[in-house]
Design a protein around this ligand. Structure first.
Ligand code: APR
Length: 326
């Protein structure tokens, strides 16, 4: 049998999207597999640990005939292999252990994010960056400063995860489908995050009308401690299935230009009274990255909680600035 007149591999006729995932650890590998299953594009896994991204990528690719996804998954230590990525997910860094807050990771992860971002920008100057590494609001700020990219193209993953946790807890409490639940969590990705029950609904009805205040408060508190709850179980690391799924939902919204309204850590310039910092807010996410920020009307208490959360982010960013990596 002979092929003729076919388009060769790598032909300029049609390009698949290209997605790079930096950090082939728990979150990165989970995100890569989920993105492959959704056929979001060819995937390049990068990690400093020799052999790890290559081995995990090959293992995923070998699952493709069973799972039925037609994308390539490759692993590398060489950033040249990431060239011309459309989207880059950064999960590189160290993860939390019991007793550590996300903020304890700051000084190590800021160095890692700076180094990774420089390499990514060199080879993919037009990509969109999705940062997952914690402490999130400070790491995405670092990536923006180092990359020099416009604010639309440097985005942090936090709110999608926090909202998903809240949805799961409401579904469990009410014994209804997760599909009918929509939640809203604003603020920094830490203990000060601001779940908004007024804007969290079951089939369009605010949860505040469906359960007692005590139950609402419990769900909000469990949401804010959602990451710590997993760390306490795992002991040797932090959550990765839900974080991986959350960043892939954002990647899909961007790569398919879906214009979804999703809570993202976005760089604010005046919105919510915040200027020059990242904070979790509802955004329109499409092919251009954060295409717009949605400003919700907040009660005085909600606005206070948001500004309290902003203060926590500011103190982290101050430390990042003091390291002088820019
Ligand atoms: N370049 C590339 N990869 C790196 C670098 C670097 N400079 N430094 C560390 N890594 C890799 C590690 O080798 C490891 O494989 O990042 C990976 C991190 O994986 P895990 O330790 O499994 O951590 P994970 O659970 O995936 O969490 C990663 O995401 O949710 C956040 O808080 C979490 O900041 C943490 C990050």
């Amino acid at each position: 049998m002979k092929w003729s007149g076919t388009v060769s591999k790598g032909s300029p006729v049609f390009h698949r999207k290209k997605l790079t995932v930096v950090g082939a650890g728990h979150v990165g590998a989970t995100a890569a597999l989920l993105a492959a299953q959704k056929e979001l594009g060819d995937i390049v896994l990068v990690d400093v640990m020799e052999g790890i991204p290559q081995g995990k990528a090959l293992d995923m690719y070998e699952a493709s005939p069973i799972q039925g996804f037609d994308v390539h998954v490759t692993g590398t230590q060489d950033y040249a292999d990431t060239a011309n990525s459309d989207l880059v997910i950064i999960t590189a860094g160290i993860a939390r252990k019991p007793g550590m807050s996300r903020d304890d990771l700051l000084s190590t992860n800021v160095k890692i994010i700076s180094a990774v971002t420089k390499q990514i920008v060199k080879y993919s100057p037009d990509c969109i960056l999705l940062v997952v590494t914690n402490p999130l609001d400070a790491m995405v700020y670092t990536a923006k400063r180092v990359s020099g990219f416009p604010k639309q193209r440097v985005i942090g993953m936090a709110g999608v995860l926090d909202s998903s946790r809240m949805r799961a807890f409401i579904a469990e409490e009410m014994d209804v489908s997760i599909e009918d639940i929509s939640t809203c969590v604003l603020g920094g990705h830490g203990d000060t995050m601001v779940p908004l029950p007024r804007y969290s609904t079951v089939a369009g009805i605010p949860m505040t009308e469906l359960m007692s205040k005590k139950k609402v408060d419990q769900i909000c508190e469990r949401t804010a401690n959602g990451g710590a709850e997993i760390v306490a179980y795992l002991k040797t690391g932090s959550a990765y299935y839900a974080p991986g799924a959350a960043v892939v939902q954002m990647a899909e919204a961007i790569l398919k230009d879906k214009k979804r309204i999703l809570p993202c850590a976005a760089y604010l310039e005046g919105e919510y009274g915040v200027d020059g910092y990242y904070l979790g807010v509802p955004c329109k996410l499409g092919g251009g990255g954060v295409e717009s920020v949605m400003e919700l009307d907040l009660t005085a208490d909600e606005a206070d909680a948001l500004h309290h959360s902003m203060d926590a982010v500011k103190s982290l960013v101050k430390q990042v600035d003091s390291f002088g990596h820019f």
